[in-house]
Design a protein around this ligand. Structure first.
Ligand SMILES: Cc1ncc(COP(=O)(O)O)c(C=O)c1O
Length: 439
């Protein structure tokens, strides 16, 4: 089958996500290794987004593939009511790498199901029903997760389930006027407490946040926000759920992003980096007090593929690679290189408004004029951003271009040299948006 036939069949017989079928132009990929993808025609493409911000250890790691093969020979699947050696090992392993008091885990197929079960656990534990979430967020494609989601993917899925209250993030969408971290934290928490008061604190089960907002901006919380939020929610008996589906497993330079803020949530959700997407797996982690509640109360949730043996063996091998190859430390070390490159590009290219990163989790915003106006509107595109996306593709760099920004999220195994190679390509491509800059 040649490349065009392959693309034609994929488009004819399979549906693509979040898109009109006729508008889709799929990237043909045959193999992948480390930080590179290879097309059937032998083109090598640098993966600057870890696919869906998820292949944290890089592509095709032999040790993980070996572990998956071993598990296939031993045991692939048994029903969720079983005890298996791999389930025993991975439960214990997660309790070691996730900070206390989170020590009990429920396995799902992906991030959305982890969030669905986190909301279920919070509601059953507190006996309350409302959930707070933030506008700049994505929490998954199921009905409930679409309602938790603030970004425009929610709109076509409304009206959904009642009882979800969305609030603003600490960082305003148009951040040009600037506020100190301290002001952002204070202003947002004062506002949030007022929302809680109007909604009735005793009606709110939990607040769910992406600890570091991913797709909607790569926004690390301002200084003091996580501690302040934790304290505010505690005061009202509201649980904190950290969705670390994207920002967990080393992406931010720590194993979990909440570790930057000196807090631990009541419930943690994980997926993507948990298996580096080698196979689907998600997970909800519960703190001891909630876990104890479900020792004497039914947890009304279940899945055919809960605790799937092959998926768990994959997670075990991926976590071993992350730890032994010190990939979390690599992400922390290369943050400085990424930031330096972003500063250099901001200095050099008038169309670059700002670059920001935490670990190897980064984004660059593009402006169309010197007053900082975005090159493309919220939920829209522009000829300049479309041309930038084409330039990345023509220059053998894979990343996501979204609205007026683009992602810089390479696999955590990237070397400094490969990272610089990526930024050299970006540097060349930014001439496209500079040409559209209106001054
Ligand atoms: C922060 C966050 N939460 C949840 C999800 C949903 O995960 P999944 O697509 O595995 O259901 C995603 C997916 O991108 C995500 O980024």
């Amino acid at each position: 089958m040649n490349t065009q036939e392959m693309i034609g069949l994929c488009k004819q017989y399979t549906m693509y996500t979040w898109a009109k079928g006729e508008a889709v132009s799929p990237l043909p990929i045959e193999t992948a290794e480390g930080v590179y993808l290879y097309t059937p025609d032998g083109e090598r493409i640098l993966d600057f987004n870890s696919q869906l911000m998820s292949v944290n250890i890089g592509h095709g790691h032999p040790r993980v593939i070996e572990a998956m093969k071993r598990q296939i020979d031993e045991l692939i699947y048994v029903f969720p009511g079983s005890a298996t050696p791999v389930r025993a090992r991975v439960g214990k392993l997660l309790s070691e790498i996730v900070p206390d008091p989170i020590n009990r885990f429920f396995f799902t197929l992906g991030g959305a199901e982890a969030n669905e079960n986190a909301i279920r656990a919070a509601r059953l534990y507190t006996g309350r029903s409302k959930i707070l979430s933030r506008y700049r967020s994505y929490h998954g494609g199921t009905n409930l997760c679409m309602q938790l989601t603030g970004d425009p993917r929610r709109w076509a899925n409304e009206p959904g389930t009642p009882g979800i209250i969305r609030v603003l993030d600490p960082r305003p969408y148009d951040y040009s006027f600037g506020e100190s971290d301290e002001e952002k934290t204070r202003n947002n928490l004062v506002y949030l407490e007022e929302v809680i008061q109007y909604e009735g604190p005793e009606t709110i089960a939990a607040m769910i946040i992406e600890t570091v907002t991913g797709t909607n901006g790569i926004l690390a919380p301002p200084e003091g926000y996580l501690r302040g939020l934790r304290e505010l929610l505690d005061r009202h008996g509201i649980l904190l759920i950290c969705d670390e589906v994207m920002c967990g497993f080393g992406r931010t330079g720590k194993m979990f992003a909440f570790e930057h803020g000196g807090i631990v949530p009541d419930i943690l959700t994980m997926a993507k980096g948990l298996t580096s997407s080698y196979i689907p797996l998600g997970c909800m982690g519960l703190c001891d007090k909630i876990a104890a509640h479900f020792d004497s109360n039914v947890f009304w949730g279940g899945l055919t593929y809960n605790s799937h043996a092959l998926a768990l063996a994959t997670a075990e091998a991926v976590i071993e690679v992350l730890r032994e190859e010190k990939l979390v430390e690599n992400a922390a070390r290369l943050e400085e290189v990424m930031r330096r490159e972003m500063d250099r590009l901001t200095e050099k290219h008038p169309s670059v408004k700002e670059g920001r990163c935490i670990g190897l989790f980064g984004m660059i915003d593009i402006q169309k004029n010197s007053s900082g106006e975005a090159s493309a509107p919220y939920n829209g595109s522009s000829p300049a951003m479309a041309a930038l996306a084409k330039a990345f593709r023509d220059n053998h760099l894979f990343t996501f271009v979204r609205w007026s920004s683009f992602m810089c999220n390479p696999p955590l195994c990237i070397t400094e040299e490969e990272l610089l190679e990526g930024f050299a390509i970006i540097d060349r491509c930014l001439d496209v948006t500079d040409r559209a800059f209106e001054g």
